[in-house]
Design a protein around this ligand. Structure first.
Ligand code: 4NP
Length: 152
């Protein structure tokens, strides 16, 4: 099972999502491959935003190894499941899909957290540190359910 997490810059939300997912998968002994990408190219090659790294570090999770890259159409072939952090990014991903079947593999990550009223993971880039903790909590909820679904 190969899972791709996607946001805009690939320095805040999607590397946090990748860090949460690989951490929870490892804890549960679930073998999945994870990666993340951004629909934009502004931060290609960069490590996660220091505030994202700090928020993850507060939870005991290290994401300092991750590097930003841009999402491409080939990702639809390389991954089984593709999760967008928000509707804008989902739209921009689907625009690149080679077919309807490819496009159907991409959904909002919060589709796995139906109990949460927030359907999109808010972009924390222009806010304060607390936004990153909100993102973390949302991602734990979604990724916990996602892994339970994968195990079924
Ligand atoms: P991300 O956050 O999509 O969660 O990585 C952002 C990072 C950078 C920018 C926007 C959002 N930016 O415009 O540079």
């Amino acid at each position: 099972m190969r899972v791709l997490l996607v946001c805009l810059g690939n320095i805040c939300r999607s590397p946090m999502a990748e860090g949460v997912l690989r951490h929870l998968a490892h804890e549960r002994g679930i073998a999945i491959e994870t990666d993340s990408a951004g629909t934009g190219d502004y931060h290609v090659g960069e490590a996660p935003d220091r505030r994202a790294q700090a928020a993850m570090h507060r939870q005991g999770i290290d994401i300092s190894d991750l590097r930003a890259r841009q999402f491409t159409a080939a990702d639809f072939d390389r991954f089984d499941l593709l999760f967008a952090m928000d509707a804008d990014n989902l739209r921009n991903m689907i625009r690149l899909a080679p077919s309807q079947a490819h496009a159907a593999k991409a959904v909002l990550i919060m589709d796995h957290a139906p109990a949460n009223s927030m359907r999109e993971v808010p972009d924390p880039y222009y806010g304060g540190d607390e936004g990153f903790d909100v993102v973390y909590d949302m991602l734990v909820e979604a990724c916990t359910n996602l892994l339970a679904d994968v195990q079924r």
